[in-house]
Design a protein around this ligand. Sequence first.
Ligand code: AMP
Length: 551
Amino acid sequence: MQDFARTGAAVGATTATLEKTRILGSYFRTLGDDDLRRAAIFMSGRAFGPSQRRTLGLGWRAINRVVGSISTRSEEELSRIFRKHSDLGDWAGEALEGRTQNEDASLEEIAATLEAIRSAKGAAKAVPLEAILSRLHPEAARFLIKIIAGEMRIGLSEGLVEAAIAEAFDVPIAQVKRVHLITGDIGETAVRCKNKQFESTKVTPFQPFRFMLASPVESPQEAFDRMGAGKVWTEEKYDGVRCQLHHVDGRVEMFSRDLKETTAAFPELAEAALRLPHGVMFDGEVLAHRNGRVLRFFELQHRLGRKVVDEELRREVPVALVIFDLLWVNNRAVLDEPLQERRRLLESLELEHPFLLARVEEATSPDDLDRIFAETRERGNEGLMVKDPNSQYTPGRRGLAWLKLKRPLATLDVVVTAVEWGHGKRKGVLSDYTFAVLDTTTGKLVNVGKAYTGLTDAEIATMTEKFLHMQVRDVGYGYAVRPEVVLEVAFDSIQRSERHASGFALRFPRIVRIRDDKPVGETDTLERVEQLYDRYFGEKAEVPLSEVAET
Ligand code: AMP
């Protein structure tokens, strides 16, 4: 630990980043695998690697008590020293000077102490800390407390730790970043770089790795162009939460998109996975799913982030996992196999509820894709994933092998009822438009939202002129205008809202175009807004099961 502390101090003493990486790189080079893993994690200001998914749970008060007791300094004295540093580690280092046995400890011992602190409960957490602090040289104590506090404060970002790994083992920085992207763990990254293990397919059960991501495209044509394949696969884009499930040798764990463990939130999936006769790793989307129907994300939210899910919640919001990829089977990783082969293996597992398979279709032309996309939206789905059937699974990568085609669910034709002067670079032009739909029961226009985006500067300039001639009332920051301009607006969702007379508000509305061709009498109605709300966004909105292939 003293070498670690000495290195940390030297890194902190220089402001030159190249010098920092050089110092840290030389230190890393002296270490064996296990210590290297620990040192890289500790230097990033963490007690545990993210893949260990542990937290210490030791508060500042406990640390204060331990340092007070070992140093036998008064509260006032401790406060005075703290004010000098405003850093927990630096404070502890000075407070303990001359009060400890000045011994060294291995990084292994430090790691064991951190684990002992983590697993102890309540006041007992202070015991292992006191035992080690009373022995350690104050400089080492200083750095141990920094690790516990979760901050090194020596001007060392995770990016610099990556650079130091590159320097230490003569690996290009881009390569280090790639490995880090896959492992999501700086300690594991350091060890793999040291041992030159660069293949992206090296996955270990219960060490979550990054998910493969998709790049957005706007149209079926663009999807085909970018993928550059004659044939593409489509899958529905399910609206739930991403999940990586590992089941190997009678153990099950699940992980979220940010690699946090989520097993406790989905006990029915864990139980079902334990019954599977094979070791597997799945990539999929957890959905709330009751009586054969997929429920809206809204319902699933009740299950997220839970440490304990009781019987009642399980009954009320049951979940299913829609699997779209298989990453491990028969004791081996299959990330390098083409998607078609992974899917074949996945189907051969003959999974049953609560495991479902994503619905796959094949498209051989942009028109084909357009048709599938339209059908998907008919089923009430937000979008479509387009995948290259020959592609490998590349963790952490947002490449062109997976594309997401998301178009607004629906657009509405609305009438502008009020306009406001813009701000910043939109100062002096009327750029914010409040718009309405027709309430057919009263014959009145009722506002449903306000749009700021979608038009070019030139269009806004023209519209400003036009609106100035249409004003019916000056309200200072803008005008009420005669309802004559029709816009087509896209939006992300519809919410209930007190703000507008309609009782609804469109979220993130954007102007698609100005509909000069459309008379005001033919614009959309409040009834249509209500229908869309009930169908897609309301609490009772449900998506038919047809979007999930039966298994
Ligand atoms: P986005 O969050 O818009 O970047 O879209 C990517 C997310 O869509 C993924 O992280 C998944 O959670 C989700 N998703 C839903 N269905 C699929 C699918 N069939 N394949 C891959 N990702 C999907």
